[in-house]
Design a protein. Structure first.
Length: 147
């Protein structure tokens, strides 16, 4: 039997991250089924590779851009933020709330080819797009040995 190896290594990393998130979230939520917690939601993220950059797109509908924090440390890109649910208990009589709210936290290990100094981000219509340029290829050079 042979295993299928994906051509995109980022998909392997993404799948692994989802499996880890699911394992931790399931154990944290044990005994609290039906209760919405901060760990109960994480924004959906797509990662693609374009010619000179990696592009990460996160769905953040209803999240104020001022409530989004993006940081980079030790080759790890961290996305965190918060979506609030504003409910006026005297006026709003919800019979069901399905939209998740609270804080979110996602981390992404970036490849060595990423140019960490030139990462940019923009927020449009509820989608955060993070562009991570690739480093210029370093050309091999001959080093002269002196005697």
């Amino acid at each position: 039997m042979s295993a299928r190896i994906p051509s995109d290594p980022m998909s392997l990393i993404s799948q692994w991250r989802r499996d880890i998130d699911r394992a931790f979230n399931d154990s944290e939520d044990e005994g609290r089924r039906g209760e919405v917690t901060a760990a109960a939601w994480a924004p959906a993220v797509d990662i693609k590779e374009e010619g000179g950059a990696y592009v990460l797109q996160a769905d953040l509908p209803g999240v104020d851009p001022d409530d989004v924090e993006l940081s980079m440390e030790n080759s790890v890109l961290t996305l965190r933020g918060q979506r609030t649910l504003e409910v006026n208990e005297d006026k709003d009589k919800y019979s069901r709330i399905e939209r998740s709210f609270g804080t979110f936290y996602r981390r992404f290990m970036l490849p060595d080819t990423a140019d960490f100094e030139h990462i940019s981000a923009k927020y449009t219509n509820g989608v955060l797009e993070v562009r991570i340029p690739k480093q210029e290829k370093v050309l091999p050079r001959r080093i002269e040995v002196q005697s």
